[in-house]
Design a protein around this ligand. Structure first.
Ligand code: FAD
Length: 241
């Protein structure tokens, strides 16, 4: 299971590269809201701004209004509420490897609030079910090491260790073992989601399934005619043998 604070954003607009290259300024009421909710965030005036705001694809630079650095799900919820109350688009960032700089606001022409999930780094493998609960900021290299060290298991995913699970597992994820075991996203059992109204839900095939299928935008059931959680168990067990 990938258990991670995911964020549903309403914006599906395509990138308008030129629109967001200038540094926008966060409305004072947005920063006041974040501050009063004790949400950690960075502004362009902060010393570490550049290292957080620089896009992986240097050809598509975007500068968000502010970058939130939550360390609890409540921080994520509060940040989403502050942004949505002001009509500010929210963009989650996990490993920051979006080719199109979407995690920096590249998929909208409006200044964005980025929620950088780098503080969510936990990996916990349940030794009975062999389902792993993984924080949304974990990168593929650490994921592979973590689940191997804890359970001598593996998951199908891509090859670049710096790619984050937030973008990779929700968008697809193809790697060396995918021909045999499928895409990374097909192994997701459930996701912890912060909705636009700030509430938390655990979405799976059984509960909040509409939210689940927004977060995992493919239909692995078309390819694998058995319950997904079973597939994960079969897959992991077969690797162990
Ligand atoms: C060097 C490199 C190597 C790659 N190798 C492979 C490979 O081997 N196989 C493969 O299939 N792909 C590969 N990719 C593509 C990669 O899987 C995608 O670019 C992926 O979306 C990156 O995920 P990220 O979390 O690092 O990126 P981010 O930039 O953080 O996020 C990408 C997108 O996902 C969204 N997102 C991120 N986290 C969350 C979250 N927690 N909740 C909701 N939305 C979220 C962001 O808002 C953004 O739209 C590679 C990319 C690069 C740059």
């Amino acid at each position: 299971m990938v258990s991670s604070p995911l964020i549903i954003t309403a914006s599906l607009a395509l990138a308008a590269a030129a629109a967001a290259t200038a540094t926008p300024t966060a409305d004072i009421s947005l920063t006041t809201c974040l501050t009063s909710a004790s949400v950690p965030f960075l502004l362009p005036s902060n010393r570490t701004w550049t290292s957080y705001a620089t896009t992986y694809n240097a050809r598509l630079p975007y500068s968000p209004l502010a970058i939130v650095l939550p360390s609890t799900p409540s921080h994520v919820s509060s940040a989403v509420l502050c942004a949505s109350a002001r009509g500010v688009p929210v963009q989650a960032k996990s490993g920051g490897h979006s080719y199109a700089s979407f995690s920096s606001g590249g998929n909208t022409d409006q200044p964005t609030l980025v929620i950088d999930l780098e503080n969510f780094q936990s990996i916990v493998v349940d030794k009975t079910s062999y389902v792993a609960a993984v924080g949304a900021g974990v990168r593929l290299g650490n994921l592979a090491l973590g689940i191997y060290e804890q359970g001598k298991r593996a998951l199908a995913h891509g090859t670049c260790p710096g790619v984050g699970i937030g973008g990779h597992f929700t968008h697809g994820g193809y790697g060396y073992s995918s021909r045999a075991y499928g895409l990374a996203m097909e192994q997701i059992v459930a996701v912890d989601v912060v909705l636009a109204n700030g509430t938390f839900v655990k979405a799976s095939r059984e509960e909040w399934s509409d939210v689940f299928w927004v977060c995992v935008p493919s239909s692995p059931a078309l390819m694998f005619p058995y319950p997904f959680s079973s597939r994960l168990a079969v897959f992991l067990a077969s690797l162990l043998s």
